[in-house]
Design a protein around this ligand. Structure first.
Ligand code: B12
Length: 210
């Protein structure tokens, strides 16, 4: 594994808010792609933090700090990704499901989609099924990306599926799920259309619907 990527993981794991920007800049200078920095560096670092939290080594304050460290470098990575006015691939609504406030993964998906020609309508976190479906109605967006990290909140995915059906939109929208607690099986169980493990998968899946 590349040394600089390992340094990104370490900076997240050690909650190094002051050091992370220089480390990420170094990765980009070495021509590592922003996607690689995100997937191999930031995401893997956050996995370690999550594990330490689970094992009782880290506390909630550390989780919050890890989130801040990851967010610190998003503007740097965003600036490096191709973006502009190209929204030719259409609109995607992104939301973290009701009851869940994890946003980093969703934001990364949004970054990658908007850098690749999608118009992203980001509704934020803890978003009700009603709001998501209302937005689909008012904007005409037919692609929905739902992020869920809490096992206890996966029922919120089914609520979106049900709300789309109640609104007569079920066969018109594609509901794609992702986030640490989701899976292929969960996708089937909730009646969604597709599951993506990473933000790159999100791009591949949404592109396949255009
Ligand atoms: C940072 C963090 C937080 C931060 C979030 C900060 C923020 N601004 O987002 C804070 C401190 C707020 C937090 C709070 C809590 N957290 Co937390 N948190 C994490 C942590 C460490 C990292 C999450 C993260 O950002 N990962 C990095 C991103 C990049 O990964 P990702 O979200 O999975 O996204 C990637 C893919 O999944 C995919 N993806 C994501 N969304 C989508 C959507 C689509 C459509 C697609 C296709 C793909 C896709 O693309 C992304 C990039 O590849 C995880 C541990 C972990 N390993 O996940 C725990 C974790 C998710 N949290 C956990 C818990 C328990 C909590 C709390 C309940 C703690 C508490 N006791 O209060 C609260 C919940 C609050 C709430 N109501 O939501 C548990 C969840 C356990 C479970 N399975 O239910 C975890 C797994 C930690 C653990 N091991 O115990 N947390």
């Amino acid at each position: 594994m590349n040394e600089s990527i390992l340094a990104v993981r370490k900076a997240i794991d050690e909650l190094d808010l002051d050091g992370i920007a220089a480390i990420v800049e170094k990765c980009l200078e070495e021509n590592l792609s922003p996607e690689e920095v995100i997937e191999e560096g930031i995401s893997k670092g956050l996995e370690t933090v999550g594990r330490k939290f689970e094992e009782g080594e880290y506390f909630l304050a550390d989780l919050i700090m890890a989130g801040e460290v990851a967010k610190e470098v998003m503007p740097i990575l965003k600036a490096k990704m191709r973006h502009g006015d190209d929204n030719s691939k259409g609109k995607v609504i992104l939301a973290t499901v009701a009851g869940d406030i994890h946003e980093i993964g969703k934001n990364i998906v949004g970054l990658i989609l908007s850098a690749n020609g999608f118009e992203v309508i980001d509704l934020g976190v803890d978003v009700s099924a009603e709001k998501i479906i209302d937005t689909a109605k008012t904007t005409g967006a037919r692609l929905l990306g739902l992020s869920a990290l809490l096992t206890t909140m996966v029922g919120s995915i089914r609520e979106v599926v049900d709300a789309s059906r109640a609104a007569g939109l079920r066969d018109k929208v594609k509901i794609v799920i992702g986030g640490a607690c989701t899976s292929e099986n969960l996708c089937e169980e909730m009646g969604a259309d597709a599951y993506g493990e990473t933000a790159i998968d999100a791009l591949r899946i949404f592109t396949s619907y255009t």
